[in-house]
Structure formats: structure tokens, C-alpha cells
Design a protein around this ligand. Sequence first.
Ligand code: ADP
Length: 263
Amino acid sequence: AEAALLQSQKMEAVGQLTGGIAHDFNNMLTGVIGAMDIMKRRIAAGRTDDLDRFMDAATASAQRAAALTARLLAFSRRQSLDTRPIEINGLIASLEQLLRRSIRENIALHVAPAADALWAETDANQLENAILNLTINARDAMPEGGQLTIETRTVELDEAYVATRPDVKPGRYAVIAVSDTGVGMAPELVQKVFDPFFTTKPIGQGTGLGLSMVYGFVRQSGGQVRIHSQAGAGTTVSLYLRAVDAQPEHDHAASSRSVPEGN
Ligand code: ADP
């Protein structure tokens, strides 16, 4: 079955998650305290031969806790967006080399830009990160290889459409659609993918933050993210960004970076 999803309030899940994270963190601390306690008793009893093992356990547990808080901090840090008109086709073209290097040889990358220049109001660095994230997800969904397509177009969301989506403003949108011919997702899975820390990937490979960060950034810039997926057939993730009129030609890479001021 096909599942189309418009996200609206998943970021609120962050609050609900806090309890779970606190629990995980507590478990890690318990590991450290337990190992310390054993070491203390062994030292008191003069059994110092085997302390390394407990030192290592304490260190590993503390490192897991540190990694968890680092991820949490990176996630909660709401960077203010550096939003300006960006030409999307040019941005994708300049990213293509990196995208090619991020996939495997058994995946064919097809970039299909809209015929005309496509200007949207967005943060170039964040958008690059988002497209890279979607590309890596597509790659991971195609372990046996397949086709990855990045397509751009404009779409007009009219009042009638928007009436069913109170969180969307009517108007013209630039759409960036990243499609794969991979494993796809069942509808129940699609419902969860924007949740922070939700991942089906093995530990060390997935953080579960990719799509929630993509979602946060796109929503923050007044756009929307939609997922169409079919288990066993593939997935399309579409980013809708508010389109703006064509701008005087300029180098998007140069204009997308702000130079910090001195001191
Ligand atoms: P991560 O990639 O670290 O797991 P994400 O938030 O990017 O975190 O993705 C969450 C989950 O959504 C993935 O673990 C995977 O189960 C699912 N997912 C994301 N993109 C795709 C895709 N293109 N095809 C199939 N499943 C996907």
C-alpha cells in the first residue's frame, strides 16, 4: 500500500523522548558506578590483578553516555537559518560529485533538473545536508543496487489543497524529489521515520536523526516534507520549499556563505 505523509507535529515527540533518553543515560551511569564500586571493593580486599577489565567497562559506559549527550546537543541546537534566494538546480549540480562519491557502483544516479532555473528561499548549507542525508538513506535502502533519481520541479499549491493542510501556505513551491528503487517502507514505518532517534539501522550506522533534521530544517523555512513509499518497490522523499522569483544571476556558492565578522 502506498503511504503519503505530511508531517506536522512530530517535533513535539522530542519532549516525549526526554524520559527515554534520561533512562538510557541513567543506565550508562549505573554501569560506571557499578564498575567503580567493584574496583573499590577489590582494592580494599587487595585483589588488584584484574582491575583493567572494570576500568574498561567504566570507560566504555562513560563514552556511550558522552556520545548520547553529544548527539542530543547537536540535535537540539537550533541553528538560525541563513535564508536567502538559492537556485536549486545549480546547488544540486555543484553537489553531484559528492553525491556520486557517497553511493556505490551498483547504484545509478540520475539527476533530472527542471528545465528552468528554480529559485527558492532557503539555507544553502542546510539544503545540501538534507539532500546528502536523503541520498545516504536511498543508498542504504538499495543494498542490491538500483536507481537513485533526484528530480526538481515547481508546483502550485492552491487554496483548495491548502484547506486540507492548515500548516501549509498557498503558493508556488520548488520541489526536490529524491527517489530510490529500494526496500521501501510499510505505512506504519513511514509514520515513525521523522521521530528523532528512530532508526532501523544497526548500532553505529544509523542515528535516527537524518530525517528529523531534514524535517526540522524544511519546516523552519516554511516548506514541507512528503514521503511516498511502497514496501518492496521504493521510496520518494520530496522537499517543498517556497519558490521565489528568478534573481539576478549570481554565484550561489559564494552568496550562501556568510563571512563571520572579526574578533
Ligand atoms: P537513519 O538513517 O540514521 O536511520 P533517518 O531519520 O534518516 O535515520 O531514517 C530513519 C529510518 O527511516 C531509517 O532507519 C529507515 O528505516 C527509514 N528510511 C529512511 N529513508 C528510507 C528510504 N529511502 N527507504 C527505506 N527506508 C528509509
